[in-house]
Design a protein around this ligand. Structure first.
Ligand code: PEP
Ligand code: MN
Length: 343
């Protein structure tokens, strides 16, 4: 942590701040510049130092953190190798994992619709099946999902195709049911900072797909992951799905720089959801290819047997007959990006 003083800070003010730092047991290294004095705080207890709120002290211009606020999500504290997380038998991230594809409808609408989608996803080489039984909708009048019935349909689809199931948990009251049926629990963008939900999932032994909130920074996302990790569950996969940006022509602005930055800072696998960022079908594949090119560990993509009549997110759903070509092209870009020549 660095404490930077105003150019007109007095010696007494700098001494007073130094005393407060030393009182926590940390060291204080003073650097006197031509215009400003800076104190480097050494070996301190971060939480104790933060609680001092030194930026409000007289003479202080600002306080800058040097080390990352998250600990367990941080690469350095884990070792050099990225962490692999398995959904069913399928490994995401880690040194040897292939590029992974989670495919399926936005929402489970019926047995017929979900099984048709699941069969096509399996045939196209999907690694896991997605489908929401509990849908977090902006409007309370929109389709909210089939709930428990939807979870049972997903279990049938898994039984028939062998694909592990990724499904969203939106409400703590449904956690037992979702844990019973899911192979991976999705926490959606709207719930990224639903801390009690994260804490409970941290106590469960199940992979969690944590999506970045529309207005969340990379640090916010990693701190949300920390809520899960700190409870003992290390099976967290992060997902970039686009952030709010008024100037984007798409539904959300897919922040692919965040994928690279996340890979720099954390050992956790990082996948991308191009569907919710795109908002319409024509944009999904270009964003998916770009995601594969920029080093993501995989994708989660929506598809539907009859997008025109979908009850949720039809305009962005890929049709089932397009899945084969889509998967082949995305996998070939991912392979090119992973080849040693590209490194
Ligand atoms: C979803 O995956 O269906 C979904 C609602 O995504 P997000 O939370 O990213 O909006
Ligand atoms: Mn959706």
């Amino acid at each position: 942590m660095l404490v930077i003083f105003h150019p007109d800070a007095t010696e007494a003010q700098i001494d007073a701040v130094t005393e407060r730092i030393l009182s926590t047991g940390a060291g204080a290294q003073r650097v006197v510049g031509a215009e400003q004095t800076v104190i480097g705080v050494i070996d301190g207890d971060r939480d104790h130092l933060t609680s001092l709120e030194l930026d409000a002290d007289p003479g202080v211009d600002r306080v800058v953190s040097v080390s990352a606020p998250y600990k367990l999500a941080h690469k350095n504290l884990h070792g050099a190798e990225p962490n692999a997380v398995a959904i069913g038998d399928v490994t995401f991230g880690g040194p040897d994992a292939d590029f992974r594809l989670i495919l399926g409808p936005c929402a489970v609408e019926s047995q017929e619709q979900t099984l048709a989608a699941a069969r096509a996803c399996a045939a196209a080489g999907a690694d896991a099946l997605r489908g929401g039984a509990f849908k977090p909708r902006t409007s309370p009048y929109a389709f909210q999902g089939l709930g428990l019935e939807g979870l049972k349909i997903l279990a049938q689809a898994r039984e028939e195709t062998g694909l592990p199931v990724v499904t969203e948990l939106t409400d703590l009251r449904d956690i037992a049911a979702v844990l019973e049926y899911a192979d991976c629990v999705q926490v959606g963008a709207r719930n990224m900072q639903h801390f009690p939900l994260l804490t409970e999932l941290g106590r469960a032994n199940i992979p969690v797909l944590l999506k970045r909130g529309m207005g969340a920074s990379v640090d916010d996302l990693l701190l949300a992951a920390e809520y899960i990790l700190t409870e003992g569950n290390s099976q967290v996969i992060l997902c970039e799905r686009g952030i709010h940006a008024a100037a984007t022509p798409a539904r959300s602005c897919l922040d692919l720089a965040a994928v690279t930055v996340l890979k720099e800072h954390t050992h956790l696998p990082v996948i991308v959801d191009p569907s919710h960022a795109a908002g319409r079908r024509a944009l999904v594949e270009p964003l998916a290819l770009a995601s594969a090119a920029c080093g993501a560990d995989g994708l989660i993509v929506e598809c539907h047997p009859d997008p025109t009549h979908a009850r949720c997110d039809g305009p962005q759903a890929i049709t089932l007959d397009a899945l084969d070509g889509f998967c082949a092209r995305v996998r070939s870009v991912a392979a090119a990006a992973a080849s040693p020549a590209a490194a």
